[in-house]
Design a protein around this ligand. Structure first.
Ligand SMILES: N[C@@H](CCC(=O)N[C@@H](CS)C(=O)NCC(=O)O)C(=O)O
Length: 261
């Protein structure tokens, strides 16, 4: 399936001058981040239904920026073949082709798109107290949350633990997210941001695979309802998950919360 959305983008290129070596001093500042949008080359998102590549589709829908979407509807394996056909060393989704570059890693793709083509959007202002929290959730989503969840999932599916681990586990990483939402409406603070886009997939994994009991996390449940009401999220679903979830992993067996890992 290929989908082309046709909105134009601002065509201002960012020129970063290179100072001659002799003029570089200790006080030389790093280049200012872009404050105007660069011209966006063609973006193609390689996608698997219901997987992390939805983040990039959702981001582009939130921003109203154009993209092509590549996947085979209803066939995860054939969609992965499209990724492999790119010849990139790391076969996973999202993979995007941005101009003449092939990129992986959803958080880095999102930050590249925002910094270059949508500066100031879906990110708290740099000098706001919410900015460090926003960035923390951007990275927490994969670095701690998804990593812990999938590690616990593998353990439960291969060698089920008999007691709860003393190490940070699924319950802990989800509880931290729940506690933040008790004080803040979104993962970037008062406004919806790209951190919410990053956090949805692992929080769906946590409850969808029964790694945690969703009834214990009412703030996360309320946040998911707000997400689902967003028109851009609904447009993402229509484009990227037209038949609902497919190829679900098996859920871990039901067990008392005290045994959860
Ligand atoms: N940290 C990466 C994870 C990417 C990833 O593992 N994607 C999964 C789908 S959600 C994948 O491609 N799985 C295919 C495989 O592992 O063979 C990111 O955020 O982009």
């Amino acid at each position: 399936m290929i989908r082309q959305l046709g909105l134009g983008v601002c065509a201002l290129a960012l020129a970063i001058g290179c100072a001659p070596e002799a003029e570089v001093t200790d006080t030389a500042a790093a280049p200012e981040p872009a404050s105007v949008a660069m011209e966006m080359p063609e973006l193609t998102i390689y996608h698997l239904e219901g997987r992390r590549s939805e983040r990039i589709v959702w981001l582009m829908e939130e921003l109203g920026l154009p993209y092509n979407l590549e996947y085979v509807r209803g066939d995860l394996s054939a969609s992965m073949d499209k990724v492999r056909a790119l010849g990139h060393e790391m076969n996973m989704v999202p993979t995007v082709v941005l101009g003449d570059q092939i990129l992986v890693e959803s958080g880095a793709i999102i930050e590249t798109i925002l910094d270059r083509y949508a500066p100031g959007q879906l990110v708290p202002p740099l000098d706001s107290p919410h900015y460090p929290e926003y960035l923390m959730w951007m990275h927490y989503a994969e670095g701690s949350l998804a990593a812990r969840l999938f590690s616990n999932y593998r353990a439960w599916m291969t060698n089920p633990p008999t007691e709860r681990s003393p190490m940070v586990d699924s319950q802990d990483v989800v509880q931290f997210s729940e506690n933040y939402l008790a004080e803040n409406p979104w993962f970037g603070g008062p406004e919806f941001s790209a951190a919410d886009i990053m956090m949805l997939f692992p929080l769906n994994v946590a409850t969808g695979l029964n790694l945690v009991d969703e009834t214990q996390f009412p703030n996360i449940a309320a946040w998911k309802e707000k997400i689902e009401a967003r028109p851009a999220y609904q447009r993402m679903l229509a484009a990227a998950r037209p038949d609902g979830m497919i190829g679900n992993l098996p859920r871990v067996p039901q067990r008392p919360p005290s045994e959860r890992n």
